[in-house]
Each structure stands twice: as structure tokens, then as C-alpha cells.
Write a protein that binds this ligand. Sequence first.
Ligand code: HEM
Length: 395
Amino acid sequence: MTAARSVPVDDAITIAQLTKDPYSIYAQCRAQSPVLKVSAVGRILLTKAADTRHVKLHPEVFSSDDPNTPMERAFEAKTLMRRDGDDHNRLRSAMMPAMTPQTVKHSWADRINDICDEYIDRLPMGETVDFFTAFAGPFAARCVAEVLGIPKASDDDIQRWSQTLIDGAGNFGGFPEPFAKAEVANREINACIADAVKTCEGTDMRNALAVQVNAQEPIEMEHIISNIKIAIGGGINEPRDALMTVLYGLLTNPDQKSAVVESGELWLQAFEEAVRWVAPIQVSSRLVKEDTNIRGYDIPAGVVVMTSQASANHDEDMFENGHLFDITRKTSRHQAFGSGPHFCMGTHLSRRMLADVALPKLFERFPNMELKTPEDVVWSGFGFRGPLNLPLTLK
Ligand code: HEM
């Protein structure tokens, strides 16, 4: 039996480097140190697909309940994302009925179609727009606002709330400003939900607020509110970024674009490849509950491991040339929606919004849309990642 080794420590990698270009760092980690304590992040970074999956599938060892996370202060709640076992399952099950494939199909498909038509009608044919602000952000905000049951919230408010909650949850430095902004957002969200509850009570509406409020045995109101907040924080950036990523991937690979548009059937494949290629949520943390071992390295109880699903999705053991956007890949076993008990609740909704509705409609209206200067697109993000802009010429 070989003795377990201590995890190597890296003092060179910076958060700025990870924000700018995480993928080259992850490639090096996978080749040389797939289990690595990164001092700048203060966590043990796991970059191989088998390890990230293993961690998420074993919540009894790798807990989501990390008491030191700034998320609790930012959301003014211990959300379902920071809970394990029955405690987690109770809160998750309360909101899930609004997000199942059946509900998305029967209750939301028509509304998503209408929202998409309305927002596409606003786009100016023949002009170049920043697709981030012109469509991707507002479209994601409107769909999610309706599905959550807070339709009175404006697109701008929803986007600001989402970003503010995310910034607060990632405020590991404990800086006052992100928490102060989160406090304001929480006040506004609480008021918005309190108002929306009145519309939902006693109805058979299928939005996330209504299914929780009208359940036979409803969970406590504080948990209903924190469930809605987690879906605001975790449900806007990701479909927005995934939509821009898939457009970037298709428009910079014209042969793939033609194949998708001509077949009319490969939209889902293109969407899944985009989230594999650049995972909108790149990393997740878990608190180690008992001494364990990964790849022969000692992982003591009390440390926090950070799984990089972004890296897992480029792992050479799973994907050939993972750095390339390629809709013809044989395997689609990516981890962009996570794995295990915390698997993304918005997966079906996102597929409907983007693969079934937005992509076909956008290419139908603008069959010759162009990304003339892909080099102008700025990609950014370590925790969450996507393009910060997308200059599209609509033709
Ligand atoms: C392309 C779009 C999306 C991607 C790639 C994505 C990704 C993820 C990932 C990776 C997780 C797991 C995090 C972890 O294990 O710690 C997650 C959880 C979650 N997502 Fe998504 N997400 C997307 C869209 C959405 C949408 C539209 C909603 C809702 C409106 C949503 C709601 C949630 C919720 C509530 C959780 C927490 C589940 C739990 O802890 O049980 N997501 N998402």
C-alpha cells in the first residue's frame, strides 16, 4: 500500500488569470496536478471529470453546507444550494413541480414562444447590435420572471438583482459594497414576492411561487422566498451566457451553422455543445466532512474542494479536442448542469428557452446574421463565465 501524499500547493495562479483564461490553466492542472491547492482561491481545485463527478455524487463526504460561504449573507438565507440530504430535498421538492419537463412543456412553452416573438420583433433588421443587452439578457430575465411567478419585476430589475446576489455570494473578501448592494436587492425582491403571493394564492397557476404557496403541505414562507431568490441568482446569467456562447460557436463555424439550420433538428445538440464548451457555471465548492483521499492525495476533513465542471468538460479522458466547439461529438456527457442531488433545476426550462424556441426563431428571422469581428468579443469569468458582449449584424 502506498502512503497518501499531501496535496501540492500553488502560489502562482491568480484569480485575475483564472477570470481571463481559465482553460489554459485547467489544461496544465489536468496534465500535471489534477488535485491542487490554489492559494489565491483558498481551496483544493479538482480538474478531472471523474473527480468532480465523484465529489458531487457523494454529498455524505462532500457537503454543500459550508458555514463560511458569503452566500448566506448575500441571500439573507441559508438556501437549498447550501443544504444536504432530507433538508435539501424538502426545499428542492417544493419548487420542482414548476420546473419538470411536463410543466415546462404544458404550462410554459406557449408563453416562452410569445416572449421570444415579442423580443425578436424589437431587434432592428440590418443593424449591428450588442446581442447581450439587445436580446440575451432581457429574454432570459422575462422568461425566468414569468416562470418564477414575479412577472411585475422589470427585465432591468431582475438582471440587476441576479447580478447583485451573485456578486454578494462570491464576495469571499468580505468587502462591504457587494453586501450593501445585496441588502438593497433583497429588500426589493422581498417586496416583489410579497406582492406576487397575493396573485398566486388559491390559484392553479404553475409558476414557482404558486406551486410552493398552494402546496398541500407548504414549506415555510422564508424558504419559499429563498427558493425564488436562488432561482433569480442562478437562472438569468446562465441561459443568457449559453445563448451567446452557442451563437458565437455556430457563427464562427459556418459549416456547423449550415448543418444545424438545414437539418432543423440539431438545435439541442448545438446548445449542449455550447454549455460543454464554455460552462456558464464553471466551479462549485463542497466542504469535506471526513478525511478522505482523491488520486492518492490526503483530503482532510474541514477543507473545501472546488470542482471545476468547466475543466471536467474539456477533460482529455472524456473529450477529444475539448477546446473546440464541435456539435458532431459522439459523447455529450458533460457536467455543465452539475451532477447528483444539486443537479440544475432549470435544465429543462433552459433547453426549452434556447434549443426549442430562441435558436430556431432567431435563425428564421435573421438567416444571414453575422459576427463580423469575433476578436472583439470579450470572454470573462471564473465562477460564472460567458461573453461580455456579442456584436451581431442582423441580416
Ligand atoms: C444554461 C443554463 C444553466 C446552467 C448551465 C445551469 C447550471 C447549474 C449548475 C452547474 C448547478 C449546480 C451547482 C452545484 O452543484 O453547486 C445548478 C443548480 C441550480 N440551478 Fe441551474 N443552470 C442553468 C439554468 C438555470 C435556470 C434557468 C434556473 C431556474 C430558473 C436554474 C435554477 C437552478 C437551481 C434552483 C439550482 C440549485 C439546485 C439545488 O441546489 O438543488 N438554473 N445550475
